[in-house]
Design a protein around this ligand. Structure first.
Ligand code: AMP
Ligand code: MG
Length: 512
């Protein structure tokens, strides 16, 4: 957190507008846990808000009518200027390990949970003003990071990744001080829950065992009901919970690795108990494949580098295990519950990489069969710093015609490499491995697995630069492409091209 409250910030009082009755039934089941877990408070009004982006899909998910964003009332609600009838907003408390160190109490310093729809989706505002957990922060988020979170949420969903969603971004001309003066924005984000590993760590470190148990029972009842009855781990519900969270985290991180996504700040307070990608900050979809790539310019040690993500996730799960230990009671059970990460992650990653290669269904071989083929490919990609997304897309197109056909521009996978002989040898092995598979069908499947469009840093940056001049057209174009990133979208080739030279000079830090 690198933000200070602006001296000139008008600490506007909470709005006196009547709550908006959106015609939906809102509740907040988390609130039943009691006030050790959160503080009820309204959002801080945002002066003269305007829409920057909205998601129809997410509106639909919440059960909103098709034209919901035409209603001024929704702009008021999603900027924090008006409350929702039937629910009381709240900020929750959590703690966590940041960059490997115990950071003590954190909490929703700028997020407010508005409530939960009948479909059990929670709606949260990020950047809605200070809360009791803001510490030195202003409770706000800037336009740049809000656009990135909005687009990334929907891009990850489009790719089939486990993620929180984003309903909208609203902007305002209200000044916000970071390294320079920027403007404020609020993201409305949506997930079944925003609970983090850090929520458990908070009560465990404070030795508040009744609260720890109440939280675990809440999470089990609401999200992992099987854990209460499962007879694995001697029927210990909390060990079962740890096991299930480990599994889901393994799946999530395997998805990240397969698509070349770096989260950037895998602190335990940014790790979802539901195995969802949350808290998009200095994330990046890799351009060139560089295993040690560090996307967060505040991460000087490279703790959260791309190739460290799988181990860091386990480290974080270990923290969760420690936090749950007073409930699990036996250390051996906790360790056994964590084991699922170690088996699930490689298995899942192998499946995903196999799918990228077009090895599906009947063509799947016993575990480990294609590991060397994949590892050798990744070495070649790293050696020549090949563009990760473009490589897979060209490989997918090439599957239709074979890789020797120089007439076919889409078959020019070799063009991406300096070491032609090495890649040709690999393609030869790959062709042999896949020779029994129908080419056209495999190519079609690969084109549904290997995206054409990802939210590259420079694309986000271009959208942000225009948005600063109140031109949101690039936000909308990117959203449209990223919602269906496997489609060809004729006419938008430039968005699927190599990054320009200036892309490597974009610095994204924790400041947001
Ligand atoms: P993050 O690095 O964004 O995950 O944030 C880490 C912690 O700092 C969380 O408790 C956030 O709520 C808090 N935080 C980050 N930025 C701000 C801000 N501008 N104002 C208040 N709290 C913040
Ligand atoms: Mg966070």
């Amino acid at each position: 957190m690198h933000s200070m409250i602006l001296d000139t910030d008008p600490r506007s009082p909470p709005s006196d507008m009547a709550p908006f009755d959106a015609g939906l039934t809102w509740r907040n089941s988390f609130a039943a846990l009691g006030d050790d877990f959160f503080t009820h408070l309204p959002a801080q009004p945002l002066p003269q808000p305007y829409w920057v982006g909205c998601s129809q899909q997410v509106g639909h998910l919440l059960g909103l009518p098709a034209n919901w964003h035409d209603a001024q009332a929704w702009l008021e609600v999603l900027s924090g200027n008006r409350s929702l009838a039937g629910t009381q907003s709240l900020a929750s408390v959590y703690s966590g390990h940041q960059f490997g160190q115990w950071a003590g109490q954190l909490g929703d310093g700028r997020a407010l949970l508005l409530g939960e729809t009948a479909g059990a989706m929670e709606l949260q505002l990020k950047g809605a003003g200070p809360t009791p957990y803001s510490r030195m922060g202003d409770g706000r988020a800037v336009l740049r990071s809000s656009i990135r979170e909005f687009l990334a949420s929907e891009a990850m969903h489009g790719l089939g990744m486990a993620t929180s969603r984003a309903l909208s971004v609203v902007g305002s001309d209200a000044p916000i001080r970071r390294e320079t003066i920027e403007t404020a924005a609020v993201v409305a984000r949506v997930a079944p829950s925003f609970l983090r590993f850090g929520h458990f760590e908070h009560f465990s470190y404070a030795e508040q065992l009744p609260q720890l148990k109440a939280l675990a029972d809440y999470v089990i009842e609401r999200f992992y009901p099987d854990c209460a009855t499962d007879d694995q781990f001697s029927g210990n519900a909390y060990a079962n919970l740890l096991n299930r969270v480990s599994e889901r985290t393994a799946h999530m991180v395997a998805q990240w690795q397969s698509v070349g996504f770096c989260h950037g700040v895998m602190n335990t307070d940014n790790m979802s108990l539901l195995g969802l990608t949350i808290d998009y900050g200095p994330f990046q979809f890799m351009d060139a494949f560089v295993p040690g790539h560090i996307c967060n310019h505040s991460d000087h040690q490279g703790r959260y580098a791309y190739n460290k993500q799988p181990n860091v996730a386990y480290w974080n799960l270990f923290c969760l295990g420690q936090a749950l230990l007073p409930l699990i009671e036996e250390q051996a059970l906790a360790l056994a519950a964590l084991e699922s990460y170690k088996s699930e992650f490689p298995t899942r990653l192998e499946q995903l990489m196999g799918a990228k290669l077009g090895l599906v269904d009947a063509h799947i071989q016993p575990p480990g069969h294609d590991r060397v083929l994949v590892e050798d490919l990744l070495k070649l990609l790293a050696q020549d710093r090949v563009d990760y997304t473009i490589f897979w897309r060209r490989l997918s197109h090439g599957a239709r015609t074979g890789y020797g056909d120089q007439e076919n521009p889409l078959a020019r996978v070799q063009d991406l490499f300096l070491d032609r002989a090495a890649v040709q040898a690999w393609l030869q092995r790959y062709t042999e491995r896949t020779q029994d598979l129908p080419q056209a069908q495999r190519s079609d499947l690969m084109l549904q697995t290997n995206p054409k469009f990802v939210l590259r840093n420079h694309l986000g940056e271009q959208a942000i630069r225009k948005a600063r001049h109140k031109d949101f057209s690039e936000v909308h174009t990117l959203q449209m492409l990223l919602e269906t990133p496997f489609a060809e979208h004729p006419g938008y080739e430039a968005y699927a091209d190599f990054p320009p030279d200036w892309a490597s000079s974009i610095e994204i830090s924790c400041s947001s």
